[in-house]
Design a protein around this ligand. Structure first.
Ligand SMILES: [Mg+2]
Length: 226
């Protein structure tokens, strides 16, 4: 059984080139051609192809939008995007629609044939340059997350030059919104001791009340804001 293909691209000459390459293969048959997204939908409805080769930049309905609509209506259709754009935002958009492959127009004929065979069998195929860009983007995102985590971990710098370790703990609990009683319970000390710590903190930070102490602490990154 032949793999039935619909070709969608707004450039006729390009389409003819692709058709010639595909028709040369015994197991492929190009059943229809179209030049925009609207036509793509109509042709898929009419011909029920196995594979659609879809350009992105086209007048009226573009290839990404057409792919979205097409896969919604005919989930079994395998769409291979064929574009000049290799940057990851195009690729991500296209793959989110459910396309099974992303090819670049700079690729050679053998790769195109291989890609059609792979997606027809239910696999996916990305041009190596596209894969490379996706990997780069993935690394960037993962690295970004790493930096965020580092920031969170290193965000708090206790003012040990000013306060004792215990006073720092009290300051954090003040920032957490705890009352003297709450602080006493958390640290297993008496409320009287908490009051002493608090008044020492106010004095050392040169502020009048606990709210001001918390404000100074947050400004300087001395406490973790939860
Ligand atoms: Mg185009």
């Amino acid at each position: 059984m032949k793999t039935r293909i619909v070709l969608i691209d707004d450039h006729k000459l390009f389409r003819e080139g692709i058709k010639r390459i595909l028709d040369f293969e015994q197991d492929f048959e190009v059943v229809a051609e179209g030049s925009d997204g609207d036509e793509a939908l109509a042709l898929v409805e009419r011909y029920k192809p196995d594979v659609v080769i879809m350009d992105i930049n086209m007048p009226h309905v573009n290839g990404v939008e057409a792919t979205r609509q097409l896969i919604e209506a005919y989930p079994d259709t395998k769409v291979l995007i064929l574009s000049i754009h290799d940057d990851e935002s195009y690729v991500m958009h296209a793959l989110q629609t459910g396309a099974m492959g992303y090819l670049l127009k700079e690729m050679d004929a053998d790769a195109l044939i291989e890609a059609v065979r792979v997606v027809a069998e239910g696999g996916s195929y990305l041009h190596p340059k596209v894969t490379h860009n996706l990997v780069k983007e993935y690394r960037r995102l993962v690295a970004g997350e790493g930096v965020e985590k580092e920031k969170q971990n290193q965000g708090v710098c206790r003012p040990y030059h000013l306060l004792t370790r215990r006073e720092c703990e009290v300051l954090q609990l003040l920032a957490d919104g705890k009352s003297n009683k709450g602080i006493a319970d958390a640290l297993c000390i008496s409320e009287k001791t908490v009051k002493n710590h608090v008044s020492n903190i106010l004095q050392k930070l040169n502020v009048n009340d606990r709210t001001q102490a918390v404000v100074v602490a947050i400004k300087n990154g001395w406490v973790e804001v939860k």
